[in-house]
Design a binder for this molecule. Structure first.
Ligand code: BGC
Length: 268
C-alpha cells in the first residue's frame, strides 16, 4: 500500500520545498470503479490506476463501499472527487437516465464520505469531469473561449467549459433535436443496437452538433467516450460548422477531472 495525500512532496523535488500538487479522483462507470492519484501540474496519473468491478446492483451504499476500497488501496487521506453519470447539485443526485432511479434524491456526497469515515468528497457529473480534464490537459488546452465536450456511450454526456471554468450539469444528451432526444438519436449505443455504419450514425451526430452550435457557438467540440478512439473513421464525416477533435486523455479523463474538482485552487 502506498501513502499519499495532497501535500506529498514531489519525488523529483529533491531539497526543494515546493510540493507537487496532487489530487485523487474516482470514476464510477457501469462496469468498473477506477481511482488514482493525479499530478495536477501535468494531468497525469502518479503510478497506476486501480479498478474494482462496479457492484451489482450498484446501490449507493454498495458503490460507497467499493469507493472506500479503492481509496484504501492508495492510503489517500485528502479530499477526493467522484464522478456520477447524471446531474449532481451540492452532492445530491438529481437524475438517473442510465442508472437505477433509486439514486435520485440521495446525498451521494454524504454517503460516499460516510464510507470513508468523513473524508471530504466532491461528487460531479461524469462528462463534466472529463470536460475539465480535456480542457486543461487534453484536446482543449490551446483553445480560448467556450469548449464543449460530448461523450458518446450508453447516453450522451456534455460539459461546457469557458476559459477553464465549468458550467456544471449541462445535459445536452437530453436536448430534443428534430423531435427526438439527442442521446436516443446519436449515442454510440444507438449505433451498436441498430448495427449502423459510421456514415449513417454520423448523420445523426451532425444534427446534434448543429443544434448545440446554433444555440451557443462554441470554439471547439471535443468528442469523448469509447468511440472517440475510432475518431478517424467518423469525425471527418461530420458536416457541422465548429471544429471537432477527439478527446486525448481517454480512460483517465474522469479520474483527472474528479481530482481537479476536489482540489482547491484548480477549479475554484
Ligand atoms: C446523463 C448525463 C451523463 C451521460 C453520460 C446521460 O444520460 O443524463 O448526466 O453525463 O449520460 O454518462
Amino acid at each position: 500500500m502506498t501513502t499519499a495525500d495532497s501535500t506529498s512532496p514531489s519525488p523529483t523535488s529533491g531539497e526543494s520545498t515546493t510540493p507537487a500538487r496532487r489530487g485523487f479522483g474516482i470514476d464510477v462507470g457501469g462496469s468498473g470503479i477506477k481511482g488514482g492519484v493525479v499530478d495536477l501540474d501535468t494531468g497525469e496519473l502518479v503510478g497506476d490506476r486501480y479498478k474494482l468491478p462496479t457492484p451489482q446492483p450498484a446501490t449507493p451504499s454498495a458503490v460507497a463501499q467499493t469507493i472506500a476500497a479503492v481509496v484504501d488501496e492508495f492510503g489517500w487521506t485528502g479530499p477526493l472527487g467522484v464522478t456520477y453519470p447524471g446531474v449532481v447539485t451540492n452532492g445530491i443526485v438529481r437524475t438517473a437516465a442510465n442508472v437505477d432511479k433509486k439514486w435520485i434524491g440521495t446525498n451521494a456526497r454524504d454517503i460516499f464520505s460516510a464510507g470513508l469515515k468523513g473524508q471530504e468528497v466532491v461528487v460531479l457529473n461524469d462528462a463534466d469531469a472529463a470536460g475539465l480534464a480535456e480542457a486543461r490537459y487534453g484536446a482543449g488546452q490551446n483553445t480560448a473561449g467556450v469548449v464543449v465536450l460530448l461523450t458518446f456511450g450508453t447516453g450522451i454526456g456534455s460539459a461546457v467549459i469557458h476559459n477553464g471554468i465549468l458550467l456544471p450539469n449541462t445535459e445536452f444528451g437530453h436536448l430534443e433535436v428534430g423531435g427526438k432526444e439527442a442521446e436516443r438519436r446519436a449515442a454510440s449505443s444507438v449505433r451498436d443496437r441498430r448495427g449502423w455504419s459510421y456514415e449513417k450514425w454520423t448523420k445523426q451526430v451532425t444534427k446534434v452538433l448543429i443544434a448545440i452550435e446554433n444555440a451557443m457557438c462554441p470554439e471547439l467540440f471535443i468528442a469523448g467516450g469509447g468511440i472517440s478512439r475510432k475518431a478517424d473513421k467518423w469525425v471527418p464525416l461530420l458536416k457541422n460548422r465548429t471544429p471537432v477533435v477527439p478527446a486525448t486523455l481517454q480512460n483517465t479523463a474522469g479520474i483527472v477531472g474528479a481530482a481537479m474538482a476536489a482540489t482547491r485552487g484548480v477549479t475554484h
